[in-house]
Design a protein around this ligand. Structure first.
Ligand code: GUN
Length: 291
């Protein structure tokens, strides 16, 4: 049976470390880190993610600047809001929750975030540096950073290992592939147009599942002893639950946990770590600014 990686517990440990550092900064400089969380519109999933981010800030002593804009906001008004936050010395990190409404050009908005406040790591220049050898972005994207942190804190070695990433999104699949490559893994990305992904996944010492397909990866697809990090957060109907649904990952946990060496559960794996990495990036941004 696999070792189940307890993301909630790891996240709690790191959050205590961050809270301690925030207290120390506050004593030394009389200032605390500040994070601006910008949300456009009222998508339920985005509202829920943003709520978690703001709540976590409050718990750790990080000041959150809450910017809630209507669905119809113009691209230029959103960009002027970003410019104001760039100029605000109390703000050390700026996060614009994605996806944005269709009439707004996401790339244009993300490019306007000051590089040294880009705590999501989505600025094209930060991503570009992530893609280049011997260049370091100022911030790493949070979910990919969470995956790497869970692997390293679980003692999974990466150098020289075969890693397969399932999914090629800008937010997870692509950047986590680049991070694994930087850590000297041999990396393959499989995606919706890859024929027979199972034959490639079976060769992986490390699997990062970020396809957004509930329980797509079966136990028989996993190489015995592999480390499996499941980024999927899929709501599936479940009439036995009060809410009417439950969350499942991209991996069939019950099957895969009998074969893998390590596995993350859903919920309680990558999820709690992602927000923690955002807070960690905000702390790093503030430290660069104060010190
Ligand atoms: N939407 C889904 N995941 C993310 C994320 O990590 N950051 C932002 N800004 N939006 C998201």
């Amino acid at each position: 049976m696999a070792t189940v990686i307890d993301g909630k517990a790891v996240a709690q440990t790191i959050r205590s470390e961050i809270a301690e550092e925030v207290r120390a900064l506050s004593q030394k400089y009389g200032k605390v880190p500040g994070l601006a969380v910008v949300i456009v519109g009222s998508r339920k999933d985005s509202q829920s993610y943003v709520g978690m981010k703001r709540k976590a800030c409050a718990e750790l002593g990080i000041k959150s600047f809450d910017i809630d804009l209507p669905e119809q906001v113009s691209e230029s008004d959103l960009i002027s809001q970003v410019h104001q936050l760039n100029a605000n010395p109390d703000v050390h990190g700026i996060l614009v929750q994605l996806p944005l409404p269709k009439h707004i050009n996401e790339e244009k908005v993300l490019s306007e975030i000051s590089l040294d406040k880009d705590v999501d790591g989505f600025h094209p220049l930060n991503i570009g540096k992530l893609a280049m050898k011997d260049r370091d972005p100022l911030f790493l994207p949070c979910t990919p950073k969470a995956c790497m942190e869970l692997l390293s804190r679980s003692g999974v070695s990466i150098k020289g290992k075969r890693a397969v990433v399932v999914g090629r999104s800008n937010i997870v699949g692509l950047p986590v592939s680049l991070l694994l490559l930087k850590a000297d893994a041999t990396v393959t990305i499989v995606h919706s147009r890859t024929p027979q992904p199972e034959s490639i996944i079976r060769e992986a010492d490390i699997v990062i599942a970020a396809a957004g397909q509930p329980m797509m990866i079966k136990g028989s697809w996993i190489k015995p002893g592999a480390a499996v990090i499941d980024v999927g957060t899929n709501a599936v109907d479940d009439p036995t639950k009060k809410s009417g649904y439950r969350l499942v990952g991209d991996v069939d946990f019950e099957e895969a946990s009998k074969v893998a060496g390590w596995i993350t559960p859903v919920p309680g794996g990558v999820g709690p770590m992602t927000v923690t990495m955002l807070l960690h990036n905000t702390l790093e941004g503030a430290k660069r600014c104060f010190e």
